[in-house]
Design a protein around this ligand. Structure first.
Ligand code: NAD
Length: 474
């Protein structure tokens, strides 16, 4: 599929980005490779978008988002095939992502309709009894949205949906590794009636991203991606709003009274969904010593049963990693951990960009693979004696998105939910649970803002107060 005719701004003679399948290396499509020199043209178009978007009444924004949701749903199969082709997710995982995208767009339509502002109780402040008023939620103006490769459709919808609901214009820079689903989503929005200038797609690499972030006219940069990129954006953005959805290193605590069978199944899924390339993927599983051996045996056996291979096949559980380079980096981190004393329980076979689901134990807490986000199909098991030690280990990471815990004891669960430092604590679920309407984001280092449609929408709008002073005759 060539997407060069899609709603992106192109330059005559511009270079192309070729998008290859992570599984078999075939060419999936190509998009223009814009660089910083394209930015003035992009900005000119986006300025029109700012005016057009703000002029759309809320009912129209909502109708367009609903109609786009309908079109994505109608084209579910094509979207899923495209996600598999460009990102290497398995067909089942891609289908789930498409469903979530439909929901994200519908939720955005609801925000456009309902979340317009509030009455301000001026009379609650002594001396203001003669005043009445309200605040409305106004657009910010121009938002730059930058997205990663791993959920190439729904993470884009999480930026475009709330931004459009709020009456903003967007310059969207999708991942250069997997930009095609994003462009197809923009096509659906335009076919649904969105004025094309409201979303300007800008396909390119790091230099383009940097130049967009630096633009003075941009009111907000909404970024999802890695820490290094987030730090670079924060350094160059200047005075504008930043939303940072960065990485994780998710712990899951397994207590002695858990229901072992569903716990193991949930942890295996949490660790290896999307080949572990998942910001809330389970990375460290801390298991009470009394059930550790039983848990380990079942966990390794279920991991070995996972089908690694062609993501187009419905039977496949784990597809390839995004690039061979990413798989090589994973292999290297595991080799380092093994050299530092870790024990390999299964996996650690690489073939080109495919890396088999890998389970480690006895991993040094100084290893990169313990301390940093692995973002790969690798998980660490560790046993604990005392719950307080497990909480300390869970909280030892510098940054955190989600955590999970398994127990039948509600009091323990609620206490742990308070103690664990994370943006979300999933009880009797692995860290890998997300519903698109809930507030979603990180805790500790690097976390700025929340996604989840209502929360992103509120971040992407600004309150404007109108206050009426009733002149009362003496
Ligand atoms: P990445 O940071 O390498 O790239 C993300 C995007 O940033 C790409 O579009 C890239 O071109 C752009 N970019 C790179 N350098 C830039 C710069 N200096 N200025 C502006 N833009 C720049 O991330 P990735 O490898 O595509 O994605 C994986 C990362 O994303 C992981 O760390 C993962 O945890 C994180 N992630 C977070 C969430 C979340 O919601 N918290 C969701 C998915 C992925």
């Amino acid at each position: 599929m060539s997407v060069s005719s899609m709603a992106s701004v192109q330059r005559v003679g511009a270079k192309q980005i070729d998008v290859f399948s992570p599984f078999d290396g075939r060419l999936v499509g190509s998009v223009p490779c814009l660089d910083a020199s394209a930015v003035p043209g992009l900005l000119e178009r986006a300025r029109i978008g700012v005016r057009e978007s703000a002029a759309m009444p809320r009912h129209l924004r909502a109708r367009i988002l609903e109609e786009a949701a309908r079109r994505v749903e109608l084209e579910s199969a094509a979207f899923a095939i495209l996600i598999v082709a460009e990102a290497g997710k398995t067909l089942r995982q891609a289908e789930k992502e498409v469903k979530r995208c439909v929901n994200t767009l519908k939720l955005s339509a609801e925000e456009a309709r309902r979340n317009a502002g509030e009455v301000i109780p001026f009379e609650a402040y002594e001396g203001s009894e003669s005043r009445q008023g309200w605040f409305t939620r106004e657009p910010l103006g121009l938002i730059v949205a930058i997205t990663p490769y791993n959920d190439p459709l729904n993470l884009v919808a999480h930026k475009l949906g709330p931004a459009i609901a709020g009456g903003n214009a967007v310059i969207l820079k999708p991942s250069e590794l997997a930009p095609l689903s994003a462009l197809k989503l923009v096509e659906c929005l335009v076919d649904a009636g969105l004025p094309p200038s409201v979303v300007t797609t800008a396909t390119g690499g790091v230099d383009l991203g940097k130049a967009l972030v630096e633009l003075r006219e941009v009111r907000m940069v909404s970024f999802t991606g890695g820490f290094t990129t987030g730090e670079s954006i924060a350094r160059s953005a200047g005075l504008k709003k930043l939303a940072m959805d960065l990485g994780g290193n998710a712990p899951v605590l397994v207590l002695e009274d858990c229901d072992l069978e569903p716990t193991v199944a949930s942890c295996v899924s949490g660790a290896f969904w999307a080949a572990g390339q998942n910001c809330i993927g389970t990375q460290r599983i801390l298991v009470h010593c009394s059930i550790y051996e039983d848990f380990r045996e079942r966990f390794v056996s279920q991991t070995r049963a996972l089908v690694l291979g062609d993501p187009n096949q419905r039977a496949t559980d784990v597809g390839p990693m995004i690039t061979e380079q990413a798989a090589r980096r994973t292999e290297q981190w595991v080799n380092e951990a093994l050299a530092e004393g870790a024990l390999l329980l299964c996996g650690h076979h690489r073939q080109a960009g495919s890396y088999s689901p890998t389970v480690l134990e006895l991993v040094s807490h100084n290893s990169q693979i313990w301390q940093q986000e692995v973002f790969a199909p690798v998980v660490i098991l560790e046993s604990f004696d005392h719950l307080d030690d497990a909480v300390a280990l869970a909280n030892a990471a510098e940054y955190s998105l989600h955590a999970g815990l398994f127990t039948r004891d509600l009091s323990k669960a609620l206490k742990l939910a308070r103690q664990i430092e994370a943006g979300g604590v999933m009880i009797n679920d692995s860290s890998d649970y997300r519903f698109d309407a809930m507030p979603f984001g990180g805790s500790k280092y690097g976390s700025l803002g929340r996604e989840g449609v209502r929360f992103a929408y509120e971040d992407m709008t600004q309150p404007k107060v109108v206050c009426i002073n009733e002149i009362r005759q003496a």
